[in-house]
Design a protein around this ligand. Structure first.
Ligand code: NI
Length: 227
């Protein structure tokens, strides 16, 4: 399930994050965090997730994620890996790969299973050419290029790539989440059910039936979740 989440950051938060990243001198070759599969096809730059600039940007973005009902509904986050930041300038690209299944938290060495991958776009599409995120699933290949401040989440099991940049610079925040619900199909069912409940709550639909449906949602989460 691929879900686009609009306006994760408001205009002021976006400016604040971009200013910090644009003046940072902590950019390094993105291959420092790539595994043996990703390293040969990865050509971009990243900021050390423990650097001062990364931490200050994380402090803006993480609360915005935690307040976002669509993110919570679609991802059902358990552990969010420390947010990372990357940029692609002209000629840079990231070939087809699958993200590593387990990441080690740089803070406490904890192992985090990557169930969901996320990209929060920080550059408006008109400021660069190329740089589409392409995600493959059983329905084919989806090309994603969102407005600055918008985010896409997709199963970390997906093959994906970033097409070469032919003009400008594309800056993004990216990260992984260990979800309460490991299985993408179960997560997709819960997301659809929660959306239907939210819409029903805005109507005068039978209250007993709605309560029963809400109970089913929570009981499914209880049954399927891992903490
Ligand atoms: Ni990736």
């Amino acid at each position: 399930m691929l879900v686009c989440i609009p306006n994760v950051l408001d205009a002021a938060q976006l400016v604040s994050v971009r200013e910090r990243l644009d003046r940072a001198n902590a950019w390094v070759d993105g291959r420092v965090t790539a595994g043996y599969q990703g390293a040969p096809v990865k050509f971009n730059q990243q900021i050390d997730e423990l650097s001062e600039v990364a931490v200050s940007c994380q402090r803006i973005v993480v609360p915005a994620l935690e307040r976002n009902p669509l993110f919570i509904s679609a991802v059902l986050p358990n552990v969010i890996y420390p947010l990372m930041f990357n940029r692609y300038s002209e000629g840079m690209t990231f070939g087809a790969h699958v993200d590593g299944s387990v990441r080690i938290s740089p803070h406490d060495g904890r192992k985090i299973r990557t169930d969901v991958s996320a990209t929060l776009f920080l550059t408006n599409p008109e400021d660069y050419d190329g740089g589409e995120l392409q995600v493959e699933d059983t329905y084919g290949r989806h090309s994603v290029k969102l407005a600055a401040g918008d985010m896409v989440v997709y199963p970390a099991t997906s093959v994906h790539n970033v097409t070469p940049i032919t003009r400008g610079v594309r800056t993004s925040c990216f990260f992984w989440v260990q979800s309460l619900i490991r299985d993408d199909q179960q997560r997709a069912l819960l997301y659809e059910m929660d959306g239907a409940i939210q819409r029903l709550n805005q109507t005068n639909a039978d209250q007993t039936a709605r309560r029963s449906l809400i109970g089913c949602y929570h009981n499914l989460v209880r049954q399927w979740s891992e903490t």
